[in-house]
Design a binder for this molecule. Structure first.
Ligand SMILES: NCc1[nH]cc(CCC(=O)O)c1CC(=O)O
Length: 318
């Protein structure tokens, strides 16, 4: 086999592979001198993939799904890495950058259930399976009667657990289902206003070495600046509130012309307290907009809110 021109690193889940394949296809389409076999996809197992038996959040949060891939980038074993932007910690290692964001997919959450035709129609006391603190809190804020059980594993694993009757319903990102050719699996695509998505949900990003100008140039035609602007605001919001995935936080930005609108919220784990705010700024101020909204919500919540949240999360993990 001829040596590949470009090596793409990725996790091995079907969703991660679908995303890496999409980037490979887009690179081949954008560059006349690249063919499918000029690009090799290298599967890298991360700590997050190995820890299947413990709750992920006790294992240390940040970068669980990215560290080994970023090490391979820094070592030069791979030239770029494809990620769901939502899974990326807000701070990157020195020398690495998110060089491209693909056009964003559907940002919404999907509701999936064999027993109800929509979320609001779930029977009293139904069991919801999710590992996401945001989805848990959002669901409980609307339906405090629901019981939430932790659902882990990749998309297929969670769908199997649902089919096996471990819960009456679950939530998945509509974007993930679409990329897997499973769009029809969604019972209901949840309205954006009621179920604000995770920061950066639905966006695929490509990470590479800052000093790799050749790789960066290859990625330029794949980049969608409007997606990047929205994700920048959402990630700045996340970063101002909490850099990890241990906080029930949601955010969604959209552009109207050059005017950027950001919606963000912070919830208590039981969904009883919801602090929601929004803001506008010119697109070039995406970072400061997200940062400002995050700081403002942090201040409204107060230190006591975060102390209680910490306790509730500990209790959940016990
Ligand atoms: N945490 C896993 C993860 N990371 C990205 C997606 C979906 C794809 C996306 O948001 O781009 C998923 C699965 C899910 O939330 O259902």
């Amino acid at each position: 086999m001829p040596q590949a021109d470009i090596v793409i690193g990725t996790r091995g889940s079907p969703l991660a592979l679908a995303q890496a394949n999409q980037v490979r296809d887009r690179l081949v389409a954008a560059h006349d001198d690249l063919e499918a076999d000029s690009i090799r996809i290298e599967v890298i197992k991360t700590t997050g993939d190995r820890i299947l038996d413990r709750s992920l959040m006790t294992a240390g949060g940040k970068g669980l799904f990215t560290k080994e891939i970023e090490d391979a980038l820094l070592d030069g074993c791979i030239d770029c890495a494809v990620h769901s932007a939502k899974d990326m910690p807000t701070a990157l290692p020195d020398g690495l950058m998110l060089a491209a964001f693909l056009v964003r997919e559907d940002v919404r959450d999907a509701f999936i259930s064999p027993v109800a035709d929509c979320f609001e129609n779930l029977p009293e006391g139904a069991v919801l399976g999710t590992a996401s603190l945001r989805r848990r809190a959002l669901a409980l804020s609307r339906r405090p009667d629901l019981r939430v059980v932790t659902f882990r594993g990749n998309v297929q694993t969670r769908l199997k657990k649902l089919a096996a009757g471990e819960a009456h319903a679950t939530f998945l990102a509509q974007a993930g289902l679409n990329r897997l050719g499973e769009a029809a699996t969604a019972t209901e695509t949840l309205p954006l206003e009621d179920f604000l998505p995770a920061p950066a949900q639905g966006a695929i990003t490509v990470e590479c070495r800052e000093n790799d100008t050749a790789m960066r140039a290859r990625l330029t035609p794949l980049h969608h600046e409007k997606t990047a602007v929205c994700v920048r605001a959402e990630r700045a919001f996340l970063s101002a509130l909490d850099g990890s995935c241990r906080t029930p936080i949601a955010a969604h930005a959209h552009l109207q012309g050059t005017d950027l609108h950001l919606d963000g919220l912070l919830l208590s784990l039981d969904g009883r307290h919801v602090i929601r705010d929004q803001g506008n700024a010119p697109a070039e101020d995406a970072g400061p907009l997200g940062d400002g909204l995050g700081r403002s919500i942090r201040q409204t919540a107060g230190a006591g809110f975060f102390a209680q949240l910490e306790k509730d999360i500990e209790a959940l993990l016990l």
